[in-house]
Design a protein around this ligand. Structure first.
Ligand code: BGC
Length: 713
């Protein structure tokens, strides 16, 4: 049998297998279900009869916020054995799970990984997550999430890379490379990697009011220029699967849109993998009221381009009948099945269907992984203010470590982490105590505010850990106010009244309003949800073992009334559309972050000064560490197309590089701008590069003022 022969090409194997399949067997490959203990026997019988496309390993849709029941290797192998040995064609099952920022070793949340402005670190984190996931017999992760998010009320902002399409695209591609690795010469995945899934396609972050699952309206212009680039980058990086979004976009559910799924993703981007729905999003077409029942939902979704349906079983119940009735073409079904099978072949499932019990989690270099997680966490932290209090002096005698997150473990990990890991992270108070054995660490583990104030009153310096719980962000966890949760501002105000040196650490998954805290705190460190080693990483930064170099991947508004506020807004006819009661600028802009040293960026050169369309321009600067400590700066390059036919952003990030410099050291940094950076989706629905003048700015955040220009002739 050719399809079982690893010496044949993937294409030959797919065609050989497809030719042997019955209609029911084909439909089964387009289905993904959860196998509940109570319905197990029935499902196993189904697998014997028709096979099964995929099995999802979470029991409930909000996998990110609850304890997940995860099947063990024995169970995965047993179900696989039934598919491989007891079904007619022996097609293996693809097992998928949400591994968003770590499986066993938890890395910082994706938004924090973006803040490191270091795609290589994300690639490494994703490769580690892949190794741990593969060691547990799981083949597929529903990550990376690459939804552009301009609204911090939306809880899922934590899962993506922030507001910027360029940064988002670099990060999306890095995560895909890390999860999937490079295919071998014969086109097969290498061991220890998993299949990635670019989600949620597309515009999901534009939910009205920041309410998850809500309607979005995005013009084609904004969709193409802002929301689609990370997905295109993921496709170019070879992502094997794409997941659609739950919401309705421009009057059409994203899960029923032929324009989005087939015309753009498959035909225009040339995506060759398969598209999976989100949890029951095919069935939910009925709730959107674009179809009257599940049969029509199956027809609409399948015709739109979904190859695999997650959870709701509209395909199981209706697809065969739709094909027989001629309402879905047999070619379209074959196309979907080909895509699913090709992914399975490439993953090596036909040749190695079972989890390798010799490569289990314990055999992996977990200490190395933990070191990488700690390093990534510290690199993603953003120093928002410092009047010289940080790094804390090693001879500090009495240090109060207080606040709602001083003794917290689970929140370090963030959402989309299996709650069985909840007790593993250390606490900030313990980590600081371990790092400062000579000091007296004053705490208030009771959580009582009066005890916190008493500890602070006795201390020489106060470290106050504020923020929001991991349970308050992530999927379906949206807020109307971006102020810190109740009581924290009052606690801060009371502490500030004591007049002690005060460093505030904020653990959060979304921008929170720090408008009344920033002016009064002596130092403000944004630590996000930093992962398994988050407490230790925080201490690395507080004590200066790591000099912070993270930058904001999303603007920090002064209050929710400013939302949406993002640096890359369009030019307006009357400048400065304003409020009477609040400045229009965010409290901290995109790209912002301080260091314990200082950097100078100068010597801007733009070469050549004029290019033909298609030519390349090199923008170079010198970055110098002019402070006393070694440190890292993210040099950022922004572009403006001075005159364009359609209104364009005032500036757009088009290059960045994180540079490590010793005290006193200088380095030349260059950015190349070519057709891809200079063009935009413009008039007539085409990518255009309009001749004329372009401006560039290079600096350390999105307000960079070092300016140059060039012309495209
Ligand atoms: C989420 C997805 C996730 C899926 C499977 C859905 O509720 O929107 O991001 O991958 O569940 O757990």
């Amino acid at each position: 049998m050719k399809y079982k022969d690893p010496n044949c090409s993937v294409g030959e194997r797919v065609e050989d297998l497809l030719a042997r399949m019955t209609l029911e067997e084909k439909v089964a490959q387009c289905v993904q279900i959860y196998i509940p203990p109570e319905g197990r026997e029935e499902i196993l019988a189904r697998i014997r009869k028709t096979g099964l496309g995929s099995r999802i390993l979470s029991a409930v849709p909000l996998g990110g916020s609850v304890t997940q029941r995860t099947a063990g290797i024995a169970d995965l192998n047993e179900v696989q054995r039934i598919a491989v040995e007891e079904s007619r064609l022996g097609i293996p099952i693809l097992s998928g799970m949400d591994v968003i920022h770590g499986q066993h070793t938890v890395f910082p949340i994706p938004l924090a990984m973006a803040a490191a402005f270091d795609p290589a670190a994300l690639e490494q984190a994703s490769a580690i997550a892949a190794a741990e996931t593969a060691s547990m017999g799981i083949h597929w992760t529903f990550a990376p999430m690459m939804d552009i998010a301009r609204d911090p009320r939306w809880g899922r902002i934590i899962e993506g890379y922030g507001e910027d399409p360029y940064l988002g695209a670099q990060m999306a591609a890095a995560a895909v490379r890390g999860f999937q690795g490079e295919l071998d010469e014969k086109g097969y995945a290498r061991p220890g990697r998993v299949l990635a899934c670019a989600k949620h396609y597309v515009g999901y972050g534009a939910a009205e009011g920041g309410r998850d699952y809500n309607t979005g309206e995005i013009t084609d212009h904004t969709l193409r220029n802002i929301y689609l680039p990370p997905f295109k980058a993921a496709v170019q990086a070879g992502v094997g699967t794409v997941m659609s979004a739950f919401h309705d976009l421009n009057g059409e559910p994203a899960s029923g849109s032929r324009y989005l799924l087939t015309d753009i993703l498959k035909d225009e981007f040339g995506f060759e993998g398969f598209i999976v729905s989100d949890w029951a999003s095919v069935g939910e077409l009925v709730n959107h009221r674009v179809v009257a029942g599940e049969r029509d939902a199956a027809a609409l979704a399948f015709d739109a381009g979904f190859d695999m349906e997650m959870i709701s079983e509209c395909y199981t119940h209706h697809l065969a009948e739709l094909v027989q009735a001629g309402e879905i073409s047999a070619q379209r079904l074959d196309d979907a099945v080909r895509r699913v099978l090709a992914v399975k072949f490439r993953l090596g499932l036909f040749d190695h269907p079972y989890a390798d019990t010799d490569r289990q989690l314990e055999q992996l270099p977990l200490d190395e992984y933990r070191a990488a997680s700690r390093r990534a966490a510290a690199r993603g932290m953003v120093l928002l203010k410092n009047n010289g209090l940080l790094p804390l002096k090693p001879d500090a005698r009495r240090v109060a470590v207080i606040g709602p997150y001083a003794h917290e473990r689970r929140t370090m990990l963030g959402s989309w982490v299996n709650d069985i890991l909840a007790d593993e992270p250390g606490t900030l108070a313990d980590a600081l105590r371990a790092a400062l054995p000579e000091a007296q660490i004053l705490t208030a583990p009771s959580g009582l505010y009066d005890e916190m104030l008493m500890a602070a009153a006795e201390a020489d310096v106060v470290v106050l850990a504020l923020g929001e719980s991991h349970a308050r962000n992530g999927e379906y966890n949206c807020v109307a106010s971006i102020e810190l949760p109740a009581g924290q501002q009052a606690l801060f105000d009371a502490l500030a009244g004591l007049g002690k040196p005060l460093a505030v650490v904020v653990y959060t998954g979304r921008p929170v309003a720090l408008t009344r805290i920033a002016p009064q705190a002596d130092a403000l460190l944004l630590a996000w949800h930093p992962g398994s080693l988050g407490a230790e990483a925080t201490v690395d930064v507080l004590l200066g073992a790591v000099n912070p170099g993270g930058k904001l991947p999303v603007s920090f508004p002064r209050g929710e009334g400013q939302i949406p506020v993002h640096y890359n807004h369009n030019s307006t006819g009357r400048f400065n559309p304003r409020y009477h009661d609040m400045p229009v600028t965010p409290l901290f802009p995109f790209g912002f972050g301080l260091s314990y040293t200082r950097f100078a960026i100068d010597g801007l050169e733009v070469q050549p000064q004029a290019v033909q369309p298609g030519g390349r321009v090199r923008v170079s600067v010198t970055v110098t560490n002019i402070g006393e400590r070694d440190g890292e700066e993210v040099v950022q390059c922004y572009l403006q197309d001075c005159v364009s036919r359609l209104t364009r952003p005032v500036r757009e990030l088009k290059g960045f590089e994180r540079v490590a410099l010793q005290a006193g050291e200088s380095r030349r940094v260059s950015f190349e701008l070519g057709a891809e950076e200079l063009s935009y989706y413009g008039p007539g629905g085409r990518w255009v590069l309009e001749p004329g003048e372009f401006k560039v700015w290079v600096g350390s955040d999105s307000n960079a003022s070092l300016e140059g220009s060039f012309r495209v002739a």
